[in-house]
Design a protein around this ligand. Sequence first.
Ligand SMILES: Cc1cn([C@H]2C[C@H](O)[C@@H](COP(=O)(O)OP(=O)(O)OP(=O)(O)O)O2)c(=O)[nH]c1=O
Length: 206
Amino acid sequence: MHSPQFILASASPRRRELLAQIGMHFVVQTADVDETPLLGESPEALVERLAILKAETVWNAVGASLAGDTVENRLHGKLLPVLGSDTLGILNGELLVKPRDFPHAQQMLRQMSGQAHEILTAVALTTATGTQVRLSRSVVKFRTITDSEILAYWVSGEPHDKAGAYAIQGLGAVFIEKLEGSYSGVMGLPLFETAQLLATAGINTL
Ligand SMILES: Cc1cn([C@H]2C[C@H](O)[C@@H](COP(=O)(O)OP(=O)(O)OP(=O)(O)O)O2)c(=O)[nH]c1=O
């Protein structure tokens, strides 16, 4: 059994899969944070703030749970770095988030049909020295999608918990004519930026 190198502050199975892909050993502790945008907040500021909030919320929760622990325990391996991430899309200045219901998914996918949208994923790492954040930006061009395809796609269940109501790693791949950027970033955790951040905390992938 490998000991964990950090804590993943995410309930997303995609983020676990991507970290396993690069051989990381980690534990999961989730953070339930309010994802409502602030008034006038840009998509970039929002996605970075939420990644930081997820990482710091878990960092603080772990810190509080160890508050009564011995100094030795706190110093030796228990205060692991915490990784948090957030993904959202932008199309014509509007946010593409997780769909509330079918009409919301349908509205987003109709707008995305035949168009290019952006996917932003921020990844944040909190350690005893503070929090660092990196932003990954990708452009995804969709082919034209019909209403009957949107309905069939919704019924598949795949869009329900995905930003922009699709998954690049799933059936949604058939809509994607072109990708400029990071496949792992669109899927929810940009591995290039993640590896860079982890390396700053002495956690190396190679
Ligand atoms: C665009 C796209 C998003 N997604 C997913 C990644 C994220 O899990 C989700 C966006 O929601 P997020 O709020 O970023 O993450 P989450 O709620 O799933 O997990 P947590 O907050 O606990 O970390 O959409 C895909 O899986 N594939 C895709 O192609």
